[in-house]
Write a protein that binds this ligand. Structure first.
Ligand code: CAP
Ligand code: MG
Length: 436
């Protein structure tokens, strides 16, 4: 019967709605199809990501009104949708994303849709444990008074045997004064560099380097695995060889793997270094997908200790204002809203997560990174920028350490390079160039 209402999307829009303190609020950026109004699209976003569907239903459960989401705010192409916290499984990121990061991104009613940020109430946050160490890793694991934690990835990304990886590259990097040797994101358990072989050899070389340097040496060994059983076994192997960290490709592994890895890290008292490879498939486009800022929020909530969030000056894309907004959101206990970029967030008891700057860095760029981040309590990874050093890998590592020393003493790098040859050679080769 045509008279009966066939759609109910409008029931999910209420611009007078005032979310209560326990509501989860999502900020979306949306582009409606020409023939559909912004209000109708907002209704579709709120409906399809909570309890609704495309048509009215002959009967609905009694509980429905308590579970509906409401689009309650709009500024141009941005809208906010409030969800009752009871709509989502407690303590499960997968249980959350299936709604606000689910079907709505494929709706025909929108040309594009981006999930910019989500304000998580303490009623939701309290079901997560957050990072084991976070910023305390600097002192607790590396016995350093201040950061940065330094890391180097053996380059080229792949091609070394486990023995060359450990005994040749890692040894030189650690000898040169770098804290950690990090696996590259695509190094897992290849036939030419088997995981267990790499762990064993790295542990032996680590002990040797620690003895010779008197410094704590760590590795971010990539435990990314084809299934959860092997993931758990790889974490256990890293733990049993005395490492305090392991590394995980978090986007590629998926949120169930990240929550599993975080639970194991808490059991073993370990820290997780998160590589974000694949994020740019959905974070880079400012019109469609999900922001890196919100991906970082999820990682801190779950319990990642340090996460790559960009350099601004390096080889990979990342807008300065978003990187800074993200850095503050993962480091601080509470942050305020930045219109259209970040919502307010109170973290309660969840520890801070360390930002990682990596990608196209070399000694000449490190002061710029620290100035942008306004802290050295972070992780810097310098792969090619260490192993491309004209005097070799160990000298490249020393050049990175010297650039950090200069920064801590507020000495211009060129000045400091006068009596630090390794830094001088790095500046000769790369200067202060920003790679593309
Ligand atoms: C950097 C890196 C990292 C990127 C990841 C690479 O090597 O190892 O994976 O930093 O990007 O493979 O490119 P270089 P992001 O130091 O030699 O550039 O940190 O933006 O996630
Ligand atoms: Mg890499």
């Amino acid at each position: 019967m045509m008279g009966k209402k066939s759609e109910w999307y409008a029931d999910f829009v209420n611009l007078k709605y005032a979310p209560n303190k326990d509501a989860i609020v999502c900020l979306f950026r949306f582009e409606p199809l020409d023939e559909i109004s912004a209000t109708e699209v907002m209704g579709r976003i709120a409906s399809e990501s909570s309890v609704g569907t495309w048509t009215t239903l002959t009967s609905v459960p009694k509980m429905l009104p308590r579970l509906k989401a409401f689009a309650f705010w709009r500024r141009g192409k941005f809208c906010k949708v409030a969800y009752p916290v009871t709509l989502f499984e407690q303590g499960s990121i997968t249980g959350f994303l299936a709604g606000p990061a689910g079907n709505i991104f494929g709706m025909k009613a929108v040309k594009s849709l981006r999930l910019v940020d989500v304000e998580l109430p303490l009623e939701y946050v309290k079901h997560f444990r957050g990072p084991n160490f976070g910023t305390s890793a600097i002192g607790k694991i590396f016995k350093k008074k201040s950061g940065p934690i330094t890391a180097v990835v053996p380059k080229p990304k792949l091609g070394y045997t486990a023995s060359e990886h450990a005994e040749k590259v890692a040894y030189a990097v650690w000898r040169g004064g770098i804290d950690c040797v990090k696996d590259d994101e695509n190094l897992t358990n290849q036939t030419f560099n088997k995981f267990y072989d790499r762990v064993e050899r790295l542990a032996r070389v680590r002990d040797k380097a620690e003895k010779e340097t008197g410094q704590v040496k760590e590795a971010f060994i990539n435990v990314t695995a084809p299934d959860l059983k092997q993931l758990e076994n790889r974490i256990k192997t890293v733990h049993d060889h005395g490492f305090r960290y392991f590394m995980l490709d978090v986007v590629i592994s998926g949120f169930t793997a990240v929550q599993t890895a975080s639970n194991i890290a808490h059991d073993y008292g370990m820290a997780i270094h998160a590589h974000r490879a694949m994020h740019a498939m959905f974070t880079r486009n400012q019109d469609h997908g999900m922001s890196m800022l919100f991906l970082a929020k999820l990682m801190r909530l779950i319990g990642i200790d340090q996460l790559h969030i960009g350099t601004v000056v390096g080889k990979l894309e990342g807008r300065k204002n978003e990187i800074i907004a993200t850095k503050d959101m993962i480091l601080f206990k509470e942050v305020n809203e930045i219109p259209m970029i970040r919502l307010h967030q109170n973290w309660g008891k969840i520890k801070p997560m360390l930002p990682v700057a990596s990608g196209g860095l070399h000694p000449g760029l490190l002061p710029q990174v620290f100035d942008i981040y306004k802290t050295t309590d972070m992780v810097v990874q310098v792969g090619g920028g260490t192993q491309g050093h004209p005097m070799g890998v160990e000298a490249g590592a020393k050049a990175v350490v010297q650039a950090i020393e200069a920064y801590h003493q507020s000495i211009d790098l060129r000045e400091y390079a006068r009596d630090h040859a390794e830094l001088g050679e790095a500046l000769k080769k790369w200067g202060f160039t920003r790679p593309k």
